[in-house]
Unconditional design. Structure first.
Length: 376
């Protein structure tokens, strides 16, 4: 599949020492396939919005190149790039009608009125705003404003559509509805989309692939399923809530690796070996990987005994916290049926167990990652 977008050795430096993106010895390298919905996630200040704005031409990189469709656009201004950006605040002109807002970019490109109108009508129809051309901005709801901003972006038929946390201000129901609509829009138009968000659930629900950033560095690029099943580092695992990280003393037992902390020893069949690189274990949180029983039962490998300290219902399942004797917390995600079957409630004594091949051993980058410069 052809590449719609390439970021090659991108770095952004503020002052003499602070790097918002990349490092002195290595910048950011990313490629996005044509027609792909590619999400960039990470905590506040990790550099994800800075990277998106470099792609769009709103910020100049200190070093590196941006290629769109194989063409180097690094030195082109935003209006000369085949991109359009949808921001969280919509950025609609309040004195113009919805139709005029959507048409604005076409007017700037001096597209003839006879060609502009059908394109505006088609764009509004695609986002579910047919007949809204003459409505005022102040007459629309938050979700309708978001659709209008999307229509204004797609009417110019960009090669790459850039989304800078556009759903953050919407309520949960509307946010999920807009997630579905953006995915449908991508399919209908075949557009390549780069979507920046701090919401890992939103990214997993929408994206074909996800890049995880922290402190200006790309830690992992993978599909949503791959991220959960095989996070590369402890930061990635904890940021996407893949499970509970266990840090402790490392020892080797033949083909197995043991990590021991007070009151708990975890054994993994991971092929990693002890070295100077910090390592930690990950106990997956999803119910399929966890054997769970009441305290009187013995389950075998990697047992963790404790008491349910929190049981939060999320609509489709439960998030549970198991507090061990030394107050260490293990997080689990359990189905409604499983909670009912075991009769779990806050205060229940339980034992959880993981097979050795289900326990992951990861690079513990939380002990080595340097803080990033302040960047969105």
């Amino acid at each position: 599949m052809s590449k719609a977008l390439e970021c090659v050795d991108i770095r952004k430096q503020y002052g003499q020492v602070l790097y918002s993106l990349g490092r002195p010895e290595k910048g950011i390298d990313l490629s996005v396939a044509s027609g792909e919905l590619f999400a960039i996630i990470g905590p506040s200040g990790c550099g994800k919005s800075t990277l998106l704005r470099i792609i769009g031409g709103f910020i100049t990189a200190t070093a590196g190149d941006v290629l769109i469709g194989g063409k180097n656009v690094t030195n082109l201004p935003p209006h000369a790039r085949p991109t359009n950006t949808v921001f969280q605040n919509y950025a609609l002109f309040p004195h113009l009608t919805i139709g005029q807002n959507v048409s604005f970019g076409l007017e700037m490109e001096q597209i003839r009125p006879a060609e502009r109108r059908p394109r505006v009508v088609a764009a509004l129809d695609l986002v579910g705003l047919a007949g809204f051309e003459n409505r005022q901005v102040g007459e629309l709801s938050g979700g309708q404003l978001q659709r209008a901003a999307l229509a204004r972006a797609i009417v110019k038929r960009p090669s790459v559509l850039l989304l800078d946390e556009p759903l953050g201000a919407l309520d949960l129901k509307l946010r999920r509805q807009m997630q579905d609509e953006i995915v449908s829009l991508k399919t209908a138009l075949g557009t390549t989309i780069v979507h920046v968000t701090h919401d890992q659930e939103e990214a997993c629900a929408m994206a074909d692939r996800i890049a995880v950033l922290n402190a200006g560095v790309v830690l992992q690029v993978a599909t949503p399923v791959e991220l959960y099943r095989a996070p590369k580092t402890t930061f990635v695992a904890e940021f996407i809530h893949a499970g509970t990280v266990i840090r402790g003393h490392l020892s080797s037992d033949g083909p197995s690796l043991k990590i021991t902390r007070p009151g708990l020893t975890v054994t993994s069949t991971s092929d990693r070996r002890i070295s100077d690189q910090p390592l930690a274990a990950l106990l997956p949180r999803h119910g399929a990987a966890v054997r769970l029983a009441t305290d009187k039962d013995l389950l075998g490998d990697n047992e963790a005994r404790g008491r349910v300290s929190r049981l939060a219902f999320g609509g489709a399942d439960f998030s549970a916290q198991i507090r061990l004797a030394d107050d260490f917390i293990i997080g689990l995600q359990l189905s409604i049926e499983r909670v009912a079957e075991l009769g779990l409630a806050v205060g229940s004594d339980v034992v959880a167990s993981w097979r050795q091949d289900q326990v992951l051993v990861l690079e513990d980058d939380m002990q080595t990652t340097k803080p990033a410069a302040m960047a969105a």
